[in-house]
Design a protein around this ligand. Structure first.
Ligand code: ADP
Ligand code: ADP
Length: 228
């Protein structure tokens, strides 16, 4: 049974068909790339899966059951986490304070407990995040790792990342890929978008290529090269 199955999902903005009858499946521990040019519909599909955008038509199945995803809160309850292209961290607060702030909406966590868990997650996945640093002192790659840790605080079964390599240097990209492989090896599925197949070929075992809102190809990028 698939962890996530998207069936015939469509979404129109005005007269722009952002997603046209999209089908997509993701298994446990699978690393799946959504490839396509700017405007192809990648962000829209990821926001639908995360419950930020409501599709006009289609169905989403989570572990075999049809679900009605209509809020990020509901998505998080199922175990879906998302890292956006534009980060949403408070600059003057530390890593620990930022994560504690996100958590208090669901349950009470004291700062020392948050601090401990950051260190554990950081070690487990090679995230090398220092919990005491204020966000404004962090480089962009470190901020992204804080966002990933924030997702991992919840039981994350599907981690979605919107264009995660766009802001990173080649060395930081390699580091991110190593982290994502460790997360996936633990059974978490990963869905991320990119417009450069070459850059992500070594990471993903599955790829779905979108063009003008529709799926034009599905493939295993490590065995076959998708048509451009
Ligand atoms: P990608 O992530 O591949 O760049 P998007 O899903 O962001 O693609 O966008 C797909 C299409 O939908 C684009 O033509 C974009 O301009 C349009 N679009 C996305 N979000 C909105 C919105 N909130 N309102 C109107 N049009 C939108
Ligand atoms: P991202 O790819 O991280 O969603 P974008 O810059 O593509 O960032 O879009 C920023 C916001 O603007 C998104 O919420 C998106 O849905 C919206 N948007 C994108 N294209 C359009 C558009 N043509 N008209 C109105 N809103 C849009």
């Amino acid at each position: 049974v698939y962890r996530l199955q998207v069936r015939n999902v469509s979404k129109t903005y005005g007269n722009c068909l952002a997603n046209n009858q999209i089908n997509l499946t993701i298994q446990r521990g699978e690393i799946h790339a959504l490839l396509g040019e700017n405007g192809a519909g990648k962000s829209t599909l990821m926001k639908i899966i995360y419950g930020l955008v409501r599709p006009d038509a289609g169905e989403v199945f989570w572990q075999g059951e049809k679900i009605n995803l209509n809020s990020p809160y509901q998505a998080r309850m199922l175990g879906v986490g998302m890292v956006f292209q534009h980060f949403s961290l408070f600059e003057s607060l530390t890593v620990t304070e930022n994560i504690a702030l996100a958590l208090t909406k669901t349950e009470k966590w004291d700062l020392s407990r948050v601090d401990r868990k950051i260190r554990i997650l950081s070690n487990e996945y090679g995230l090398s995040v220092n919990p005491d640093r204020p966000i404004h002192t962090l480089a962009v790659g470190e901020r992204q790792r804080v966002e990933i840790i924030r997702c991992l605080f919840q039981t994350t079964k599907l981690l979605i990342l919107d264009e995660p390599t766009a802001v990173l240097t080649p060395q930081e990209i390699e580091k991110l890929f190593a982290i994502l492989r460790r997360i996936a090896a633990n059974g978490c599925s990963i869905l991320f978008s990119s417009h450069k197949l070459k850059e992500v070929q070594s990471l993903c075992s599955h790829a779905t290529v979108l063009r003008n809102g529709a799926v034009v190809q599905e493939c295993n990028p490590q065995r076959e090269t998708p048509a451009s």
